[in-house]
Design a binder for this molecule. Structure first.
Ligand code: TXA
Ligand code: MG
Length: 326
């Protein structure tokens, strides 16, 4: 290990590449959230990801590429709409689900005939991908079911002992996972709202269909409890919900204005300016902070349901549903 690699974390792209070539796990920074990466064409390496995250094997992974040509090698045809989207938004927070080639291992796609692909927008990770002659399979670098990591520190806290190296690219610029779009010759379908606004996609691709988030076949990883913090989270009117709890046991996650609540144990405001970009960037680290605070319940409120607000509300609903599901 080179001298400047301390505690398995650093900015050594060549070292990260060597580990990945050897079938090991490296956490990588992206503009959305940190990923837990392995050689996406090496089934044994990919299996280590599922083990480290304790991820159910039916939940497929995203392949990360450094070029459009790299993506073309993995798919059986690139529909015109997908090409337009890739050309406009890659590198960026957009994942395309397309028909896969035989060569993509089943363990990556959980046996489905489609594969999810994206080109992340982060200088270190792009440099890394362009040094490798294989794509990187990478889910978010959190234990399955927990909030995604938006800093190298988050990764170390939860998976530090399970990754061989954390490539430290600083805090994630966008802070919420990529938007996932499935493109078939017939339709363009939103599988997960995320860091690329639906409005921008529709401007280019025309109307996008949405699937009910419960559709397990379309988005196997979008179980309602995904992204949940461990603490009970209640989504709705904070002042109203506060009546049911002791303030000293309550944490608040407000959108733009702090809620006046005497004695409340902890309060985070996603964006005092009411900026959805800022709110998305803060969401997961505030959820972590509140989850670690000495409280029993988190009261959160929805944000405006436009642009990145759709993705924020989606993650908040999933976090809340852990506690309302029968
Ligand atoms: O921003 C992101 O997308 C981050 C960074 C690391 O790139 N990755 C990420 O991966 O969020 P993950 O595994 O946490 O979420 C990927 C989602 C899962 O819900 C999975 O079910 C879905 O993508 N997915 C993967 N392959 C699919 C496919 N072939 N068809 C439908 N959904 C798929
Ligand atoms: Mg995830």
């Amino acid at each position: 290990m080179p001298q400047h690699v301390v505690n398995n974390i650093g900015t050594d792209v060549a070292y990260a590449a060597a580990l990945l070539r050897a079938g090991r796990l490296v956490a990588i920074p992206t503009e959305t959230v940190y990923g837990l990466a392995a050689n996406g064409l090496d089934a044994d390496a990919v299996l280590k990801i599922y083990e480290a995250k304790n991820r159910p094997s039916f939940n497929p992974l995203i392949l990360h590429v450094g070029s459009l040509e790299g993506a073309e090698k993995l798919v059986d045809g690139f529909p015109a709409t997908a090409r337009r989207l890739a050309e406009a938004f890659w590198p960026g927070p957009l994942t395309l689900v397309l028909k896969k080639k035989e060569s993509v291992p089943d363990v990556v796609t959980a046996g489905m005939d489609t594969v999810a692909i994206r080109m992340p927008h982060h200088p270190l990770t792009l440099q890394l991908l362009r040094m490798l002659n294989f794509p990187l399979a990478a889910p978010s670098a959190n234990p399955s079911g927990y909030v995604s990591p938006t800093s190298a520190g988050h990764v170390l806290q939860q998976l530090g002992s399970k990754v061989d190296y954390v490539l430290d690219g600083g805090p994630c610029e966008i802070g919420i996972e990529s938007t996932i779009i499935k493109v078939t010759p017939e339709a363009t379908i939103l599988l997960r709202p995320g860091g690329l606004e639906l409005e921008k996609i529709e401007q280019l691709a025309g109307p996008v269909q949405t699937v009910a988030s419960a559709a397990p076949v379309e988005a196997p990883g979008m179980m309602s409890t995904h992204y949940a913090p461990v603490k009970k989270l209640i989504l709705g009117d904070i002042k109203e919900n506060l009546k049911n709890f002791l303030p000293q046991q309550t944490g608040i996650l407000a959108f733009r204005s702090p809620v006046e609540a005497a004695g409340v144990a902890a309060q985070c405001v996603l964006s005092p300016a009411g900026d959805l970009k800022e709110a998305a960037k803060n969401l997961f680290s505030y959820l972590r902070q509140l989850d670690q605070a000495d409280i029993t319940v988190i009261l959160a409120e929805p944000v405006p349901d436009i642009g990145l607000g759709r993705a924020i509300n989606d993650r908040l609903r999933r976090a809340a549903s852990q506690h309302t599901a029968a």
